[in-house]
Design a protein around this ligand. Structure first.
Ligand SMILES: [Zn+2]
Length: 421
């Protein structure tokens, strides 16, 4: 009888302690990841662009953390996004070939990890590169794929897939549907992942459709596309916060940049996928959220790779990321507003289509590119200042900086042997 009373008291104590800790334990934050496809960092005001194209998003970025030097692991969508969402280099996944490397099922993605930790997961993509065909719906409770089919997307028998010719959904459309889905799904916490295609479609914008205040700036059609994505996004963020609450982290980034007119001496350099210059690799990364989670408003220097996004987001959310990944969390630098120092180098590569084979490494100061495919206008090996003009072989400073080239070459050798940075 006495022991029963002791047991009952013990049970009450444990229950009370459990209730106490349940009340005290902070609720996991909602996470909203927005990938603006093909968005160059240097075309945003938050990264020094003088145009007003992104001024509404820039105002929000001034209240958050801007990571200044973020490098994509690939210059085309699926390879880069797969790396970003898993913390693994594309070759380790592997997601290397445009036809048909899917997101592997044996690797845990950000959505899968968050779902496993109690999140309700919602994904929308305007780019078919992230469609169910490529297994990017893994880990999502709701997944809205693109109805567009690019002309190269033949099925495995070589037959062209149906549906070609649908219009790419606009940011307005995707963000509007996201708000409805957030309203429908009151489960907490929420992970929302979006991929917007407006900037990717910049070549469809004619000079007449450029707003008068953007017309005097270089690449004004591209800047108009940046406005088409960032203006509705800046409108969406406070609305989403109203639905989800203050305990919400917004991460805005891109999968790769765009060559535009920066490399006229190099063949087929205006778009992305084929080359690995800064224009193709330097992407924005802006983190907004409660100061106690993401740190004070700041611009943080220091090299970051897109593979670092996954462990950083899980870290900010208080969730463990899988062991053995290549990326490293930079959350501590956000919280302390200090220069980021997680790795010595960033590596990017592309072998997406036949005849393309390039690998690049940067330490944040210099960029070494190995063009292993004999691409017209390039040298087999090129060295540049990271922010310097990179117009192919003619601009390369390889001859005058042999020690820098040698050091970066060693980093690449180490990478290709499977070493980490
Ligand atoms: Zn892309």
């Amino acid at each position: 009888m006495r022991s029963k009373i002791v047991l009952a008291l013990l049970f009450l104590c444990v229950a009370a302690a459990g209730a106490f800790f349940a009340l005290r334990a902070p609720a996991r934050p909602n996470v909203v990841l927005v990938i603006i496809d093909t968005l160059r960092a240097d075309k945003l005001g938050a990264y020094g662009n003088p145009s007003p194209a992104s001024q509404e998003l820039d105002r929000l970025a001034a209240e958050g953390v801007v990571l200044e030097q973020v490098v994509a692991q690939a210059s085309w969508t699926r390879s880069s996004v797969a790396a970003m969402l898993t913390g693994l280099y594309p070759r380790r996944l592997p997601v290397i070939k445009e036809q048909w490397d899917p997101l592997p099922s044996g690797v845990e993605s950000l959505a899968e990890v968050l779902k496993r930790n109690g999140y309700f997961t919602i994904g929308l993509t305007a780019n078919p590169q992230l469609n169910v065909d490529f297994k990017f719906e893994q880990g999502f409770d709701r997944y809205v794929e693109s109805s567009v089919t690019f002309s190269w997307m033949k099925d495995r028998e070589g037959k062209e897939k149906a549906g070609h010719g649908h219009a790419v959904r606009s940011a307005d459309d995707i963000l509007g549907q996201s708000l409805s889905l957030l309203t429908e799904n009151r489960a907490r916490p929420v992970y929302l992942q979006l991929l917007l295609m407006d900037v990717h479609a910049h070549h469809r914008i004619t000079v007449e459709r450029v707003d008068p205040d953007l017309r005097g700036f270089p690449d004004s059609e591209y800047l108009q596309a940046v406005r088409n994505a960032t203006l509705p996004l800046a409108d969406f963020i406070p609305k989403a916060k109203k639905i989800l609450g203050e305990n919400t982290i917004f991460v805005v980034t891109s999968d790769h940049g765009e060559g535009l007119k920066d490399h006229p001496a190099v063949e087929n350099s205006a778009k992305h996928g084929n080359l690995l210059y800064r224009s193709h690799l330097h992407v924005p990364l802006i983190v907004l959220g409660p100061t106690e989670l993401v740190g004070k408003p700041a611009k943080l220097a220091g090299l970051v790779e897109l593979i670092d996004l996954f462990p950083t987001v899980t870290d900010l959310a208080g969730v463990r990321s899988p062991s053995g990944i290549d990326g490293a969390s930079v959350a501590q630098y956000l919280r302390s507003s200090s220069k980021i120092a997680v790795g010595s180098s960033a590596v990017s590569e592309t072998r997406w289509r036949k005849g393309v084979n390039k690998i690049a490494v940067t330490d944040g100061e210099s960029l070494l590119v190995e063009n292993r495919d004999g691409w017209p206008g390039t040298a087999p090996e090129e060295l540049y200042g990271f922010a310097a003009p990179q117009n192919g072989a003619a601009d390369s400073t390889l001859g005058s900086n042999p020690q820098v080239a040698s050091r970066l070459r060693e980093e690449l050798v180490r990478f290709e042997k499977g070493g980490r940075f």
